[in-house]
Design a protein around this ligand. Structure first.
Ligand code: PLP
Length: 478
């Protein structure tokens, strides 16, 4: 493609994108197609000669859009949000043009250096303890991972390296294998499935501990589990606390977990994938009280901070253990300035990495902290508004405290009734919700997800739920 064609194509695409997003409310949030819908719409083979870009663009609406779930529709309330914004989209265009693979400082110095500074900016926005920040001049620093799942695994591998080194110093005769089979990690029964997966990938035992009546992991549960394992000759080495659990957005008690972990030399990783963005607002920082006791902290600006996937921010107080855990250093990746700036390839699982800090830079500059805070506060306000609507209808109950942008609720009655209700709601196709279950109680989750969500959208969502409820109750009493 020539530059002139690229300019025409890209301009048309930008118009298409802006129209798509500005009118997304008018699209059905969930597609109606069946599995396999797409293959018949495409030729059997790639074209031998170039297609016209105009034809490709026209096919987006015909082939792709019928199979898109519109995550940025104000009527999409499933899972947790995924973010996007115009500045982040533009930054991704630039990243695509520079298209460097920033695995080491010399592989593209701006890629590494902007990331170091952006993670400091972001850390300061959250008021993270200075030990986590590169600008403090200590050991700490931040890195952009692709996902929270990767951050949890990377922290686990760092913790494993740290504990193996410590135990070997005490018992030089023990082999790595002998130590590793004794390692135990801890998290709550409510933590994200990626924590269990990190244990499997890392080849260590994980324990899933009971939560209190507000779905929070408390210090006592962790302490009892650790003491029991030590008594059995095992070696506690890693714990994951969640700030904003996926099912009900509960916040583990970090102060208590931190004390237990510090006492037993257990690495505490904090997974704040969704809710971490709220900490840019001072009024939500009480939820991260105790963060100074953690070894690593992670949240996803790509969930709730207007930055397109993928951008998962992770800070480590002492990256040495992570860097050490993955350090292989072939000659072709060495460079003369090694050691003077992070070589981020050592901080992550893959070698290659994109220029993701551009998205942070563009968004933080073009919104500014105050507008981002206003954005978070608006979502929380809309969640409380929805909560008030649910509370006015005594057929329903709220099942978890609404703290940020998620409302968990259910029809009073059986799980089956609620399952039927959810099927009806999603079947109507106007809004989209997903369920969860805690301690055998099935409930519905309404997350405020879209940057376009207004009070009228929440009214419509509630009307949809009430209409579906009327239908389901009508049918069940016939
Ligand atoms: N942790 C929590 C608490 C989550 O809610 C999620 C996803 O919603 C994840 C981890 C996984 O996030 P990612 O897709 O970035 O790995």
């Amino acid at each position: 493609m020539e530059a002139n064609q690229f300019k025409d194509f890209a301009k048309e695409m930008i118009d298409y994108v802006a129209n798509y997003l500005e009118n997304i409310r008018d699209r059905r949030v969930l597609p109606t197609i069946e599995p396999g819908y797409l293959r018949p719409l495409l030729p059997e083979k790639a074209p031998n000669t170039p297609d016209k870009w105009e034809d490709v663009l026209a096919d987006v609406e015909k082939v792709i859009m019928p199979g898109v779930t519109h995550w940025h529709s104000p009527r999409f309330h499933a899972y947790f949000p995924t973010a996007n914004s115009y500045p982040a989209i533009v930054a991704d265009i630039l990243s695509g043009a520079i298209a460097c693979i920033g695995f080491s400082w010399i592989a593209s110095p701006a890629c590494t250096e902007l990331e170091v500074v952006m993670l400091d900016w972001l850390g300061k926005m959250l008021d993270l303890p200075s030990e986590f920040l590169a600008c403090s001049g200590g050991k700490g620093g931040g890195v952009i991972q692709g996902t929270a799942s990767e951050a949890t695994l990377v922290a686990l591998l760092g913790a494993k390296a740290r504990t193996v080194a410590t135990i070997k110093a005490e018992h030089p005769e023990w082999t790595d294998m002998h130590i590793i089979e004794k390692l135990v990690g801890y998290t709550s029964s409510q933590s994200h499935s990626s924590v269990e997966r990190a244990g499997l990938l890392g080849g260590v035992k994980m324990r899933f501990l009971p939560v209190d009546d507000k779905d929070r992991l408390r210090g006592t549960a962790l302490r009892e589990a650790i003491e029991k394992d030590i008594e059995a000759g095992l070696i506690p080495f890693y714990a994951v606390g969640t700030l904003g659990t996926t099912s009900s957005c509960a916040f583990d008690n970090l102060e208590e977990l931190g004390d237990v972990c510090n006492k037993h030399n257990v690495w505490l990783h904090v997974d704040a994938a969704y809710a971490g963005s709220a900490f840019i607002c001072p009024e939500f920082r009480y939820l991260m009280k105790g963060i100074e006791k953690a070894d690593s902290f992670n949240f996803n600006p790509h969930k709730w901070l207007l930055i397109n996937f993928d951008c998962s921010a992770m800070w480590l107080k002492n990256p040495y253990w992570v860097v050490n855990a993955f350090n292989v250093d072939p000659l072709y990746l060495k460079h003369e300035q090694q050691g003077s700036a992070p070589d981020y390839r050592h901080w992550q699982i893959p070698l290659g990495r994109r220029f993701r800090s551009l998205k942070l830079w563009f968004v933080l500059r073009l919104y500014g902290v105050e507008k981002l805070q206003a954005y978070i506060r608006k979502h929380v306000h809309l969640a409380h508004y929805f909560e008030s609507l649910v509370k006015e209808d005594d057929r329903f109950e709220i099942t978890a405290e609404v703290i940020v942008g998620l409302v968990c609720f259910r029809l009073k009655g059986s799980n089956e009734l609620n399952e039927t209700l959810l099927k009806r709601i999603n079947g109507r196709g106007v809004i989209h919700l997903v369920p969860s279950k805690i301690k055998d109680q099935y409930f519905l989750r309404m997350a405020v997800c879209s940057q376009y969500t207004e009070k009228e959208d929440i009214d419509l969502t509630w009307r949809e739920i009430r209409d579906a409820t009327d239908e389901v109750i009508d049918e069940s009493t016939k």
